[in-house]
Design a protein around this ligand. Structure first.
Ligand SMILES: Cc1cc2nc3c(=O)[nH]c(=O)nc-3n(C[C@H](O)[C@H](O)[C@H](O)COP(=O)(O)OP(=O)(O)OC[C@H]3O[C@@H](n4cnc5c(N)ncnc54)[C@H](O)[C@@H]3O)c2cc1C
Length: 331
C-alpha cells in the first residue's frame, strides 16, 4: 500500500497550533492568530499573519525562532515594516515582530539589539555626543532591518558604521560576523541573496515564504563604531536633514523609495518624466510631491500598489530603456 502524502496545509496548521500553545506557556498570552499586518507596516496595508508574536529581547528572538523551527513553521522577521509591501493574503507561518531594544554605549561603540528603532537611536547617539548616524534620523524601522537592506541617506549607509553583528544562522548557531560578511552594496546585503538572483525581474524574491525573508538568518544585535563629536553639531545636521525630508517627501502612509535609483539617474525623475507623478490606481497614488514615493491614501490594496509599480516600470522601460528595480520587498 502506498503511503498517503502529507497535506502541507494540514501539517502547517497543526504546527501553528502546537507552536501557539508553546508560546502561550512560555511567554503568556502574547501570540495572536490572524493578526492584520496592515497595522504593523508604514504603508498601512497587508493581510494577516497566520501567527504573530512580539519578541522583547534577543533571548526571546533566539528561543522563539528555535521553537518555530522545531515545528517546521516558517518564520518571517518583521522590523518596523518600513520596507515591506505585504499582499492581501498576508504571511504564512510565524511573523515575529522584533521589539528587542536594549542599547549599550561603550565609548564611541554602540551595541544595539536589532529591534532598536533607528531614528530614536540616532537621537540618542547625538545626545551621547556621537556622530555617524545623523543620516538615520528620518529613516523609519529597526536597526536590524537597516542592516539587512544597507539603509542609508545623504552619502552614508550602514556599511560605513557597522563593525559586526550577531547573527542567528539557519542552523541555530549564534555567531558574530564582521561587516565584510554582509557583502554590502547599494541597498543590498548578502542576506538578500534572492534579490541578486532575481535582479531585473521586478520581483525581489525575498518574500518570506521560506524561513525568514533573509534566507533563514536573523540579526540579533549590531555593534557600530561612531565618532565623538559635539551634540550641538550633530543635532544641527539632523535638523538640516529633517527639514530637507519635509520639503521633498510626502507625509502619510508610504514605504519610502519604491525603486532603487538606477546608476547615474533617479527613479523619481524617470517616473516624473513619463508623466506619472500624482497618478492614482484606487487609493494608491504615486506621490505628487516625490514620484519615487507611493502613498496609501486610506484604503489602498496591495494589488493597487503593485499595479502602480508595474505601470511605472513599463512606462519607464518603454521610454528610457531602464528597468526600475524595486527597493522595497514584496511579501
Ligand atoms: C518615510 C520613509 C522614508 C524612508 N527613507 C529611507 C532612506 O532614506 N534610506 C533608506 O535606506 N531607507 C529608507 N526607507 C525604507 C526603510 O526605512 C528602511 O529600509 C528600513 O531600514 C527598514 O527597516 P525595518 O525594520 O522597517 O525592516 P522591515 O521592513 O520590517 O523588513 C525588511 C526586511 O528585513 C528583514 N529583517 C528585518 N529585521 C531583521 C532582523 N533583525 N534579522 C533578519 N532580517 C530582518 C525582514 O524580514 C525583511 O526581509 C524609508 C521608509 C519610509 C517609510
Amino acid at each position: 500500500m502506498t503511503e498517503k502524502p502529507l497535506d502541507p496545509s494540514t501539517s502547517l496548521k497543526a504546527g501553528l497550533a502546537a507552536l501557539r500553545a508553546e508560546l502561550d506557556a512560555c511567554f503568556g498570552p502574547r501570540a495572536r492568530f490572524n493578526e492584520a499586518l496592515a497595522a504593523h507596516t508604514t504603508l498601512r496595508l497587508g493581510g494577516p499573519a497566520d501567527l504573530w508574536f512580539p519578541a522583547r529581547s534577543v533571548a526571546e528572538l533566539f528561543e522563539v525562532v528555535g521553537l518555530a523551527r522545531q515545528r517546521a513553521v516558517p518564520v518571517f522577521l518583521l522590523g518596523g515594516g518600513a520596507n515591506l509591501l505585504i499582499g492581501s493574503a498576508g504571511a504564512r507561518g510565524l511573523v515575529i515582530e522584533n521589539r528587542a531594544r536594549v542599547v549599550r554605549f561603550e565609548g564611541a561603540r554602540v551595541i544595539a539589539e536589532s529591534g532598536t528603532i533607528l531614528p530614536r537611536l540616532a537621537k540618542r547617539c547625538a545626545q551621547q555626543g556621537l556622530s555617524g548616524l545623523e543620516w538615520a534620523v528620518g529613516v523609519p524601522g529597526t536597526i536590524g532591518g537597516a542592516a539587512v537592506n544597507n539603509a542609508g541617506a545623504y552619502g552614508m549607509s550602514m556599511a560605513d558604521i557597522l563593525i559586526r553583528a550577531e547573527i542567528l544562522t539557519p542552523q541555530g548557531e549564534r555567531i558574530w560576523q564582521p561587516v565584510e560578511w554582509f557583502e554590502y552594496e547599494y541597498r543590498f546585503s548578502k542576506l538578500k541573496q534572492g534579490d541578486r538572483e532575481t535582479r531585473g525581474q521586478g520581483d525581489r524574491g525575498t518574500g518570506g515564504q521560506g524561513d525568514g525573508g533573509t534566507r533563514g538568518y536573523v540579526i540579533l544585535q549590531v555593534e557600530l563604531a561612531l565618532v565623538p563629536a559635539s551634540t550641538a553639531e550633530v543635532e544641527a545636521t539632523m535638523r538640516k536633514y529633517t527639514a530637507r525630508r519635509k520639503a521633498t517627501q510626502p507625509p502619510g502612509a508610504t514605504i519610502g523609495s519604491m525603486f532603487k535609483n538606477p546608476p547615474g539617474d533617479y527613479a523619481g525623475r524617470l517616473i516624473e518624466a513619463v508623466g506619472l507623478k500624482g497618478y492614482r490606481i484606487g487609493q494608491a497614488q504615486i506621490s505628487p510631491v516625490h514620484a519615487n514615493f507611493f502613498v496609501n491614501l486610506g484604503s489602498a490594496s496591495a494589488d493597487d500598489v503593485i499595479e502602480l509599480v508595474k505601470t511605472a516600470q513599463e512606462q519607464v522601460l518603454d521610454k528610457f530603456g531602464v528597468l526600475l528595480e524595486l527597493e522595497v520587498e514584496i511579501v
